[in-house]
Design a protein around this ligand. Structure first.
Ligand code: ZN
Length: 136
């Protein structure tokens, strides 16, 4: 007796193939940390660097996981709400720590192509410190 296995849609898998894309953008803004004892309780500003990582396994007909331009467009919509703003005025963020900012950006990246998963958002506060937000 011959047993045949039918593969989904005729596609064959060589294992767990995945692709990861990364884009970045920046914004300048002011904040002060509430309930914090130290210099950061005073009004000051940063240039924040934002990195967005998306993952997926299926490429489109062109051979892309997603169009970088489309991803940049989605990120820049969120950046626009933060750039040259006083972050404490934006109630949605909560206390504008690096942690809350990375979560806010993650949750506001809307309209990503459905074949990709938002893996994480990394927010740099200055050149030496960052926070990543992801959902396990
Ligand atoms: Zn700060």
């Amino acid at each position: 007796m011959i047993t045949m296995s039918v593969l989904n849609g005729g596609e064959c898998c060589r294992g767990n193939e995945m692709y990861r894309l990364r884009i970045e953008n920046h914004f300048d803004a002011a904040h002060k940390l509430m309930g914090y004892e130290g210099k950061c309780a005073e009004l000051h500003g940063h240039t924040w660097k934002v990195e967005v990582f998306v993952v997926g396994a299926k490429l489109n007909d062109v051979g892309m996981l997603a169009d970088f331009n489309k991803l940049e467009e989605i990120l820049s919509k969120v950046i626009k709400r933060l750039d040259h703003k006083f972050l404490n005025d934006q109630q949605e963020i909560g206390n504008p720590t690096c942690e809350n900012l990375s979560k806010y950006i993650f949750e506001n990246l809307k309209g990503l192509p459905k074949q990709i998963k938002l893996e994480k958002v990394r927010v740099w506060e200055g050149k030496e410190s960052w926070c990543e937000y992801y959902e396990a």
